[in-house]
Write a protein that binds this ligand. Structure first.
Ligand code: AMP
Ligand code: TRP
Length: 345
C-alpha cells in the first residue's frame, strides 16, 4: 500500500452548514444551530448556509408542505440574524453541484460506512429494507454539501458528529485514492452551552421536531403563553438548584433547563447555577419562561413578517444559489477531471 496523501490544512477558512426543511424549527435548532450561525457570520467569517431540501425528501414529504417549510426555514435563518447579503443563503436543490458531487462520493464511500450511521438506524427503524436508497446515502450528499465549497468548518449540534466524521473519511479516501490533497479534512464546530438540547418531557432524549409529543419541545412558532406553559410543565425533580454544576450530574432534566437558560442569556451554565443556587424550580421556571419569550418572540414575529412575502424569500434563495453555484461548479469540475471524467465544454 502506498502512503496516505497528507492533506495540508492550508485551505482558507470557510463555514458551511445546513438544516432540513422537514418540519417546524425547535429551540434545539435555534440554540444548537441558527443562533450560532449568525454569531459566526458576525465575526466576519465567510459563511454559506443551506436549506437542505434534497435531504428532506429521503423520507416522504408532501410537495406543498415542503415548499412552505423550505421558505419557513429560510425565514428562520434570516430572523435569527443570518443576513443574506453577508452570508450565502440558498436551498440545496437549486445548486446542482450538490447532487452531482454526491454521486461521485457514492462511488468513493463504502456501503458499510452508511449502515453504521446511528441516524440511519433510527430513521429506518425495523424496516430498513423498505427505506429509501436516499436515506442510506444521506451522509454522502452531506459530504458533498460541505466539500463542494471546500468548507473547513461546520457548525452543528452534537447529533451530527458522526456524519461529519464520515465527511472527513470521504475527503481522506478521495485524496488518497487519487493521490491529490484536493479536499480539506473538515472540522466540526460543536460548541456552546446548548449543543444538545433535550426533550422537556424526558432528559435522555434530544428535543426533536419529530417527537410525537408537542409538549416535549418549544417551537419557534409557539406564542408566549404556549412557551410559558411548556416550561412550567417541563419535567424536573423535587430538589432545589445546587451550588455547583457537579450537583447536576445525575439530574438530566434540571441540567437541560440550566443549559437552555445559559444559552439564551449568553452565560455559562456555571454562572447560571451560581446565580440560582438553592432556588426551587417554582421560581427558576418562570424566569426561564420570561427569558425564552423575550428572546424568541422577536424571531417569531420576524419570521411571520417574512413569510407574508414568499416571493421575496424565493428571490433571496435564488440570488444565494447563483452565488453558491459560482463557488461549487469549478470545484465539482476539478473533482470530475481528477476522477477521469472528460469535460470538454
Ligand atoms: P435538523 O433539524 O435535524 O436538520 O438539524 C439542524 C441543526 O440543528 C443541526 O445542526 C442539528 O445538530 C441541530 N439540532 C437539532 N436538534 C438539536 C437539539 N435538540 N439540540 C441542539 N442542536 C440541535
Ligand atoms: N444532516 C444535517 C441534520 O440533519 C443537515 C445537513 C445536511 C447538514 N447537510 C449538511 C449540516 C451539511 C451541516 C453541513 O441536521
Amino acid at each position: 500500500m502506498s502512503e496516505p496523501v497528507q492533506t495540508p490544512q492550508t485551505f482558507p477558512t470557510r463555514i458551511f452548514s445546513g438544516i432540513q426543511p422537514s418540519g417546524g424549527m425547535t429551540l434545539g435548532n435555534y440554540l444548537g444551530a441558527l443562533k450560532r450561525f449568525a454569531e459566526i457570520q458576525n465575526k466576519g467569517a465567510e459563511t454559506i448556509y443551506c436549506v437542505v431540501d434534497l435531504h428532506a425528501i429521503t423520507v416522504w414529504q408532501d410537495p406543498e408542505a415542503l415548499r412552505r417549510q423550505t421558505r419557513e426555514i429560510a425565514a428562520a435563518f434570516i430572523a435569527s440574524g443570518v443576513d443574506p447579503s453577508r452570508s450565502i443563503l440558498f436551498n440545496q436543490s437549486q445548486v446542482t453541484a450538490h447532487a452531482e458531487l454526491a454521486w461521485l462520493f457514492n462511488c468513493v464511500a463504502r456501503i458499510g460506512w452508511m449502515y453504521r450511521m446511528t441516524q440511519f438506524k433510527d430513521k429506518s427503524g425495523k424496516n430498513a429494507e423498505n427505506s429509501s436508497l436516499g436515506l442510506l446515502a444521506y451522509p454522502s450528499l452531506m459530504a458533498a454539501d460541505i466539500l463542494a465549497y471546500k468548507a473547513t468548518h461546520v457548525p452543528v449540534g452534537e447529533d451530527q458528529k458522526q456524519h461529519l466524521e464520515l465527511t472527513r473519511d470521504i475527503a481522506i479516501k478521495f485524496n488518497h485514492d487519487y493521490k491529490v490533497p484536493f479536499f480539506p479534512v473538515t472540522e466540526p464546530l460543536i460548541e456552546g452551552a446548548a449543543t444538545k438540547v433535550m426533550s422537556l418531557r424526558d432528559g435522555s432524549k434530544k428535543m426533536s421536531k419529530s417527537d410525537p409529543s408537542d409538549q416535549s419541545r418549544i417551537n419557534l412558532t409557539d406564542d408566549a403563553d404556549t412557551i410559558a406553559a411548556k416550561i412550567r410543565k417541563a419535567k424536573t425533580d423535587a430538589e432545589p438548584l445546587p451550588e455547583s454544576l457537579d450537583g447536576l450530574k445525575d439530574r438530566p432534566e434540571a441540567r437541560n433547563l440550566v443549559n437552555i437558560f445559559a444559552a439564551l442569556s449568553g452565560q455559562t451554565p456555571e454562572a447560571v447555577v451560581t446565580e440560582f443556587a438553592g432556588a426551587q424550580f417554582g421560581s427558576f421556571k418562570p424566569r426561564l419562561a420570561e427569558l425564552a419569550v423575550e428572546k424568541l418572540a422577536p424571531i417569531t414575529a420576524e419570521m411571520n413578517r417574512l413569510m407574508a412575502d414568499p416571493g421575496e424569500i424565493d428571490r433571496i434563495l435564488g440570488d444565494g444559489a447563483n452565488r453558491a453555484a459560482a463557488i461549487a461548479q469549478p470545484i465539482l469540475a476539478e473533482a470530475q477531471q481528477i476522477m477521469g471524467l472528460i469535460r470538454s465544454r
